[in-house]
Design a protein around this ligand. Structure first.
Ligand code: AMP
Ligand code: TRP
Length: 333
C-alpha cells in the first residue's frame, strides 16, 4: 500500500546527528520507497514559538531545506516546502485549537521542558504548538509520520484531536488518524557530554553534539572529547544499563552501521575506548562529511533553494487548500 508521509523539522539552526538518526535518515528511506507520497516541511511557524532573529531564521530555513536535500531527499520525488508559505496550516491550527481541550495540552511534557520554571513567561504559541503540528499532519490525509521518540506524545494528541473533530462535526473518518513511525532502536540520541540528556540544538556546548555541518576534524575532536566511563566495552547488553554514555556511543555506531547493538558489542567486547572511538569517528566521517560538504555547497545557491521551497509550497498549497475548504464547510463557515 502506498503511504502518505508527513514530517517536519524546525529551522532553529544546529541540525545534528540526533535529527539525522532519529528522523532525517528515515525520511530518506521513505523518499526512496516507490509509491510513497512524501511531504517534508520546514516548520518555520513552529520555530517562532521561541524568539528568533529574523535574519538568522531566513538562513536557517534555507539550511534546513539544504540538509534535507544533502541527506538524500529528492525534491523531484518528495515535496519540500516551508510551512509559513501555505496559509492553510495557520487556519487549520486555529480551528483545531477550538476542539482541543486545555487538559490535553497540559499533559504535554515537551512544553513543560521548554517552558522551564517560569511557565507564565512562555508564549501562547509554545503552549499550543502541538495543535499546529496536528494541523500540519491532518491537512494532507497523512498515513504515517516519521519522527524521533520525543514526538510520540504529540502524535497521540494529534489522533485525539482528529477523532474529536470527526465526532463534533459528525464526519466519521474525515480527518485521517496517522500512525507514528518511530525507530525501534536508537530513536533518542543523547548528548556526547551527558548520556542522560537528549542531544539538542539548544545545548550551549557545541561539544555535546555532532552538527550536520561539522567537518572531519570537528567530528573526530568531538568524539575524542565525548564522555565515557573507566570500564572497557562490556560483553553483555545488560551491562549497559548503568552506563548511559557507553550505551549512547554504541547506539550511534550501530545506527550508522545499520546493525543491532549486540553485533557492535561483539565487535568491541573487552576492548578499550580509544579503539572504539577511532572506529566511531571513521564511520561518522564516512556518513556525515559528505552531507556536510553538500549542505555547504547548496547554501551557496540561495536561488536554487528558494525555488525548491516555492515550488514545493505551491504543490502543498494545492492539497492543503482543498482540505481547509472542506474543514470550513463542516464547521459552518
Ligand atoms: P526538531 O529539531 O525539534 O525540529 O526535531 C526534528 C526531528 O528530529 C524530530 O522528528 C525529532 O523527534 C528528531 N530529534 C530531535 N532530537 C533528537 C535526538 N536527540 N534523538 C533522536 N531524534 C531527535
Ligand atoms: N514538533 C516537531 C519537532 O519539534 C516538528 C514538527 C512540526 C512535526 N510539525 C510536524 C513533525 C508534523 C512531524 C509532523 O520535532
Amino acid at each position: 500500500m502506498s503511504k502518505k508521509i508527513f514530517s517536519g523539522v524546525q529551522p532553529t539552526g544546529n541540525l545534528h546527528l540526533g535529527n539525522y538518526l532519529g528522523a532525517i535518515k528515515n525520511f530518506v528511506e521513505l523518499n526512496n520507497e516507490k509509491d510513497n507520497e512524501c511531504f517534508f516541511c520546514v516548520v518555520d511557524l513552529h520555530a517562532i514559538t521561541t524568539k528568533q532573529e529574523p535574519k538568522e531564521l531566513k538562513k536557517n530555513i534555507r539550511e534546513t531545506a539544504a540538509t534535507f536535500i544533502a541527506s538524500g531527499i529528492d525534491p523531484k520525488k518528495s515535496i519540500i516546502f516551508n510551512q509559513s508559505m501555505v496559509s492553510a496550516h495557520s487556519e487549520a491550527a486555529w480551528i483545531l485549537s477550538c476542539v482541543s481541550k486545555i487538559g490535553w495540552l497540559n499533559r504535554m511534557t515537551q512544553f513543560k521542558e521548554k517552558a522551564g520554571k517560569d511557565k507564565e513567561k512562555a508564549s501562547i504559541g509554545l503552549y499550543s504548538y502541538p495543535v499546529l503540528m496536528a494541523a500540519d499532519i491532518l491537512l494532507y490525509d497523512t498515513t504515517h509520520v516519521p519522527v524521533g521518540d520525543d514526538q510520540k506524545q504529540h502524535l497521540e494528541l494529534c489522533r485525539d484531536i482528529a477523532q474529536k473533530f470527526n465526532n463534533d462535526f459528525n464526519a466519521p473518518e474525515f480527518l485521517r488518524l496517522p500512525e507514528p513511525l518511530i525507530q525501534k532502536e536508537f530513536s533518542r540520541i543523547m548528548s556526547l557530554k551527558d548520556g542522560l540528556k537528549k542531544m539538542s540544538k539548544s545545548d550551549p556546548s557545541d561539544l555535546s553534539r555532532v552538527n550536520l555541518t561539522d567537518d572531519k576534524d570537528q567530528i573526530s575532536n568531538k568524539i575524542k572529547k565525548a564522555k565515557t566511563d573507566p570500564l572497557p566495552i562490556p560483553s553483555e547488553l545488560n551491562d549497559l544499563s548503568q552506563r548511559p554514555e557507553t550505551a549512547n556511543l554504541l547506539g550511534i555506531y550501530s545506527s550508522l552501521k545499520n546493525q543491532n547493538l549486540e553485533k557492535s558489542i561483539n565487535e568491541f567486547n573487552g576492548k578499550n575506548f580509544s579503539e572504539f572511538k577511532k572506529k566511531l569517528s571513521e564511520i561518522l566521517i564516512e556518513k556525515i562529511e559528505p552531507i556536510s560538504k553538500e549542505i555547504k555547497k547548496l547554501l551557496k545557491d540561495e536561488k536554487y533553494l528558494d525555488t525548491i521551497l516555492l515550488e514545493g509550497s505551491q504543490k502543498a498549497d494545492e492539497i492543503a487548500s482543498k482540505k481547509i475548504k472542506e474543514i470550513k464547510k463542516l464547521v459552518g463557515f
